[in-house]
Design a protein. Sequence first.
Length: 423
Amino acid sequence: MKLPITVSEESKEPIYHQIESQLKGLMISGQLVPGSVLPSIRALSNELSCSVITTRRAYQNLENEGFIKTIQGKGTFVNEVDQKSKDQTKEQVASSILEKTIKDLKMLGMTRSEAEKFFFNAMDKKWGGKTIMSNFLLKIDQLTKTFKYFEFGPIDVRVEPGTITALIGSNGSGKSTFFRLVMQLFQPNSGHILYFNGGELDSNDSRIKQDMGYAGGDLYQAFGQLSIRELANLVRYWYENWDEQKYQELVDRYQINQKEKYTNSSTGTKKKIAFIFALAHHPQLLLLDEPFSGVDFVSSRKMQTDLVDFMENPNHAIILATHQQEEIKALCDYIWLLDKGGKMIGIYEKDQILESWAYLSLNKMPESLRKHPHVIQMDSHPNRIITDSLAAIEPDLEQLGIEVTHYQRLELDEILTALLERA
């Protein structure tokens, strides 16, 4: 019986241990079932071109641990092993393999980010499906940026795969500053930005931008004298994963005249061009600063459809700054709310606040209600309150003998306005 085992004299791991580990792996994986006959010590030694003493040591260790048994005159057989021992051995073997692989990747000069991406791509090829590389694509801790008349932050947020987040705030609240900080176009005064697998990179490191698509801030105005086609030829060199076919499909979809100079394009056309560039290199994280502003209705609908298609990949995420309620309701899972001073008011789950906030018409309205933690506003003509937690306030009203004669959910813009005013 020929076993799929190889040994290397160049490895720092002793040969007997290499044999032992690989045999354990074959047993744990079920390739060697209980009762299977193993080659004799001499036969395996000849096959692996190693000494009998080395192979005997491997067999003795396996027999001591209960993985094999030798019957005099009959040979060596694979033993029945309990599940707990299998699990422990599986972890030990896997850990040993991974340790060696990590050392080899470090010797090749790979960064953690590159190694992790390589590893997950290999997993996807061997096992199929798509691996979520980490539990966050972006993690920001205590981020600040100080200008002459404005201080942004501190900001603490996290973006998980499979989510779309709306970044909302009035003009001058720091939405564009946020994107520029994430894209390393601005350097923060303090705080940390972690990308994808936890890497913190400096402004000269462009690797993160391979997996990020950014549309906003008229990024391409400096190249205004180029035609759209010439600009695309420039941008494509920035991205290793630029997909020319994808680019052409989007250009046709949005009816872009590639011969037109960028500087002569309308505001809406520039928005569409930036959107196309952001998608054409297959990013993992999309950063969109007012992508629908100035865009015609038909193109805006197409953009929404393309964003929904983008999110079919569970590893993707979007951060979207917009003032348009329809887009937030149609696309977003979470809302980050910034006040005028660049501070984060709160992080909200969109469906949860739409479910919780309501107008309640009451048969009576005692003054004591003003102190209730979930009463946001009171009107006496007619008797009506706004609550931010319908589920929490209903039992309290019932206990006070107050009847709800009518209720109505608030629109999203009403909720956001109330949150901003309250802040």
